[in-house]
Design a protein around this ligand. Structure first.
Ligand code: BES
Ligand code: ZN
Length: 354
């Protein structure tokens, strides 16, 4: 097993606490200013929709609580607040959503800025604004960050071929989402397959690639593929990528095999044959989609596909995707087993010692 470390871009991390110590989910905007280590403590005031008329001489040095929506963009709301001399801006959502509002502003913003949920906004209006209390905003800039790919390799039996099979799953998730299905499930399936394959005799090299930093732009898989030598790329026969392989959302009944060009390849054709052979219950459907770690394998010419459950016809993903609701309760063990069976049997059929 090897660990492959790589750099990832700087990022902002925000925290919001009320005067009585309650933590509020807060999403710092990418262009927010950082605060000092102790954060910024200030009185919170209701700045309506963030119109110029929502501010006055009293606003100076306080933290503005602004509602999303109306005619103004996030950018203009923030600019109006800055012009009024506020010390920080918190924008709350105007619609229900499980995670805090995420928005970006451009330019050189000199104050901390970020988003919260609609219900957090309502709670702050009653518990903090109406009570003339303060909040503490803490925004840190995290620098020199790294992530890692974890690679487990099983060598072929003596006299085997020098070809390589890659099974991948990203193990990171997005902020405010536990990532049970995206992608605890792909990670669990890959771990289980690694456990099972340990005792099988193989004719080709098998690599399990646990990928970091997928969610910030496929950074880990790009690093892994770029580190393969030209010879390794040439010897690579396929990439089976598992990402969101066990949603319990009842509408996601079809197992999509996503390829970057929408065309079938060794991965998808083998999966289809094997699914018939071992009689798994669900339909497989070939679809054109990137957005996961199979993209970089495809880029260098390795047949690659991503396995993911979706709703047929609409192609919808589960509603829990990238939210705080992506939890174990919405993971299906039957779906997990089905994908692990299809991917495991496909991989075995391609690399077993005959
Ligand atoms: N598992 C998701 C999404 C996904 C959807 C993958 C459909 C494959 C097919 C993945 O982790 C993700 O969220 N990807 C990002 C793109 C990435 C480049 C940051 C996305 O789709 O927004
Ligand atoms: Zn994912």
């Amino acid at each position: 097993m090897t660990t492959q470390e790589f750099s990832v871009p700087d990022k902002k991390m925000g925290e919001l606490k009320t005067q009585n110590g309650r933590e509020v989910l807060f999403n710092a905007s990418a262009n927010s200013a950082a605060t000092g280590n102790d954060g910024l403590t200030g009185q919170l005031f209701n700045a309506g929709l963030g119109l110029p008329s929502d501010f006055n001489a009293e606003s100076k040095g306080k933290i503005a609580l602004i509602k999303r929506g109306g005619d103004l963009t996030f950018q203009v709301k923030v600019e109006n607040a800055v012009a009024a001399g506020v010390a920080g801006v918190i924008i709350y959502n105007h619609e229900d959503s499980p995670g805090p509002l995420s928005f970006n502003v451009s330019g050189d913003i000199k104050i901390p800025v970020g988003g919260i949920t609609k219900s957090s906004g309502a709670a702050l209006l009653t518990d903090v604004v109406a009570e003339n209390k303060t909040v503490t905003l803490n925004v840190k800039e995290l620098k020199n960050l790294t992530s890692s790919n974890i690679i487990a390799t099983k060598a072929p039996e003596k006299g085997g071929s020098n070809e390589i099979m890659h099974v991948s799953a990203h193990y990171d998730s997005v902020p405010f989402s536990p990532g049970a299905n995206d992608n605890g499930t792909g990670t669990a399936a890959a771990l289980e397959l690694a456990r099972v394959f340990k005792d099988y005799k193989l004719d080709k090299e098998l690599r399990f690639v646990f990928v970091g930093a997928e969610e910030i732009g496929l950074v880990g898989s790009k690093h892994y593929v770029d580190k393969l030598s030209a010879d390794e790329v040439k010897r690579s026969i396929a990439n089976y990528n598992m990402d969101m392989v066990a949603t319990a959302w009842d509408k996601a009944t079809v197992l999509y095999t996503n390829t970057v060009d929408g065309k079938p390849n060794l991965v998808t054709t083998t999966a289809n044959e094997v699914a018939k052979l071992i009689k798994t219950p669900s339909t497989l459907f070939l679809f054109q989609r990137g957005s996961s770690d199979h993209v970089d394998f495809h880029r260098v010419g390795i047949p690659a596909a991503n396995f993911i459950w979706r709703e047929p016809v609409t192609n919808n993903l589960e509603p829990y995707y990238h939210t705080p609701d992506d939890v174990l309760k919405y993971v299906s063990s039957a779906k997990l087993k089905e994908v692990a069976n299809i991917v495991g049997a496909s991989v075995y059929s391609l690399i077993r010692k005959k």
